[in-house]
Ligand binder design. Structure first.
Ligand code: COS
Length: 377
C-alpha cells in the first residue's frame, strides 16, 4: 500500500489526516468507475463526490477560504484510485475558483449547487490562438444596453459539453494585453453559446471547443472588476497549479505501488526482480522523486494556507516538478512491468496515458520554467 508517512509532516493538521483516512475508505468502495462513456462517468462522479461531501472542499462560500492542502490531499487520493474521479473533483474547483475568490453574493449562490454535485462548472480561458499567452485573448466582451455582448471561441475546455456554467475570460479593452481582460459567469443554456466541437484525447475526458456568437450576459455576470481578469485568472491558477502537482503525485504513488507488487512477485533467473540491484536502483529513484514532489506540492499548499498573498513561484515549482517526475516514475513502472505495462486495461497503461496532459494544462512545463526564472531576483 501507498506510503502514508507524509501525513505526519508538519504541513498537516489533524483534520487533514482524518480527511485522508475517510477519503481512502470512500475511494475503496466507490472507485474506479467505468470510463467507456466519459460524459456519463463524469456526471456520475460529480454527483457521487457531492453526495459524499467531498465537493464541499472544492469552493469557498462567503466568509470561507479554500484550503489548498485539503484540495491537494483530495486530488492526490482520487488520482491514485481513478484519474477521472480526480478530473471531476478538480474541475469543480477550477471552474468555480474565480467565484470562490472574487464572486459576488449572487454569483456565490452557484457554489451551493457545484459543491453539492448538482451543477458542473468549467474554466474557459484557452482559445485557438492563445494558450500559454493569456494576454493574447481575443474573445471580446463589449458593453451594451443589456450588459455585455460576448463573441469568440474557447477551446480545450474541460467539462465543455457537460458543464452547467462556464467562467469565461474575454477582452473588455480597458488597456492592451493583460490589462484589458475580464471574467464572466456564463450559464450553459445562454443563447448564442454552442459546443462547436468535442475533442478526443489519449486519456478521454469531456473536452470541447465553444463558440459565442452574440451572447448577451447581464452586468451582474462580471466577476470582480473589469480589466482585472488576467490577474484573476493567475490568482486562480496559483491555487490550482499545486493541485495539478498533487494529482500527478497520486498517479506516481499508484505507479510505485503497482511496481512493488510486480517486482516482488515476478521472478527472473530464480529470484524476484526486487532482489536485483538494477531494479532496486530504479525503485529508489521512483521513491525519491515521489517524496521530492510531495515536499514541493505541500510546501506550496501550506504557504498559501498560511495566508501568503501570492505563491506564484511555489505553485510553478510544485506543478513543474511533480508532473515531470510523475511522468518519469510512470514510465519506469511501465518498463518494470514488461509487456503487461502496455497492455490495454492494465493500471500502468492507463497511468501512462493519463499523466501526459498534466504537463500541458494549467500552464505547460516551459511556462512554469518561465514563471520560476522571472521570480529570481
Ligand atoms: N497573481 C496575480 N497577479 C499576477 C500573477 C499572479 N500569479 N502573475 C502576473 N500577475 C500580474 C502581474 O503582476 C502584472 O501586473 P501589472 O500589470 O500590474 O504589473 C500583470 O498580471 C501581467 O503580468 P505579466 O506581465 O507577467 O504577464 P505575461 O503576459 O507576461 O504572463 C505568463 C505570461 C506566461 C506568466 C502567463 O500568460 C501564464 O501563466 N500563461 C499560462 C496560462 C495557462 O496556464 N494556460 C492554461 C489555461 S488553463 S487549462
Amino acid at each position: 500500500m501507498s506510503d502514508k508517512s507524509f501525513l505526519d509532516w508538519p504541513f498537516f493538521e489533524a483534520r487533514h489526516r482524518e480527511l485522508a483516512v475517510a477519503l481512502e475508505d470512500w475511494c475503496a468502495s466507490n472507485l474506479p468507475v467505468a470510463h467507456d462513456d466519459v460524459d456519463a462517468a463524469c456526471k456520475g462522479l460529480v454527483a457521487a463526490l457531492g453526495a459524499g461531501g467531498w465537493l464541499r472542499h472544492s469552493g469557498a462560500g462567503a466568509g470561507e477560504k479554500l484550503d489548498v492542502r485539503t484540495l491537494c490531499l483530495i486530488r492526490e487520493t482520487l488520482a491514485r484510485h481513478d484519474a477521472l474521479a480526480d478530473f471531476a473533483f478538480a474541475m469543480q474547483g477550477l471552474g468555480m475558483g474565480a467565484i470562490s475568490l472574487f464572486g459576488s453574493s449572487l454569483q456565490r449562490e452557484w457554489l451551493d449547487s457545484t459543491r453539492a454535485g448538482k451543477a458542473i462548472s468549467a474554466f474557459a480561458l484557452t482559445e485557438p490562438g492563445s494558450g500559454s499567452d493569456v494576454a493574447a485573448t481575443s474573445t471580446t466582451a463589449l458593453r451594451v444596453a443589456e450588459g455585455w455582448r460576448i463573441d469568440g471561441e474557447k477551446t480545450w475546455i474541460s467539462n465543455g459539453g457537460i458543464a452547467d456554467l462556464y467562467v469565461l475570460f474575454a477582452r473588455t479593452g480597458e488597456a492592451p494585453g493583460a490589462r484589458g481582460l475580464s471574467a464572466f459567469l456564463m450559464p450553459a443554456d445562454t443563447q448564442g453559446l454552442t459546443i462547436a466541437e468535442r475533442l478526443e484525447t489519449i486519456a478521454p475526458h469531456p473536452l470541447a471547443r465553444l463558440r459565442m456568437d452574440g451572447v448577451i450576459l447581464p452586468e451582474a455576470a462580471l466577476i470582480g472588476t473589469a480589466g482585472e481578469g488576467f490577474k484573476l485568472a493567475m490568482s486562480v491558477l496559483d491555487i490550482f497549479r499545486p493541485t495539478v502537482g498533487a494529482a500527478a503525485l497520486g498517479m506516481a504513488r499508484r505507479a510505485l505501488d503497482e511496481t512493488l507488487v510486480r517486482v516482488r512477485n515476478r521472478k527472473i533467473q530464480g529470484q524476484p526482480l526486487a532482489d536485483m540491484q538494477l531494479v532496486q536502483g530504479h525503485l529508489a529513484d521512483m521513491a525519491l522523486k515521489i517524496d521530492a514532489a510531495a515536499l514541493l506540492v505541500y510546501r506550496a499548499a501550506w504557504t498559501k494556507d498560511q495566508g501568503a498573498a501570492r505563491i506564484t513561484r511555489e505553485a510553478a515549482m510544485a506543478k513543474l516538478y511533480a508532473t515531470e517526475a510523475a511522468q518519469e516514475v510512470i514510465d519506469m513502472a511501465v518498463q518494470l512491468h514488461g509487456g503487461d505495462g502496455v497492455r490495454h486495461g492494465h493500471p500502468t497503461e492507463a497511468l501512462y496515458r493519463e499523466i501526459r496532459a498534466l504537463r500541458i494544462y494549467e500552464g505547460a512545463s516551459d511556462v512554469q520554467r518561465l514563471v520560476i526564472a522571472r521570480s529570481l531576483s
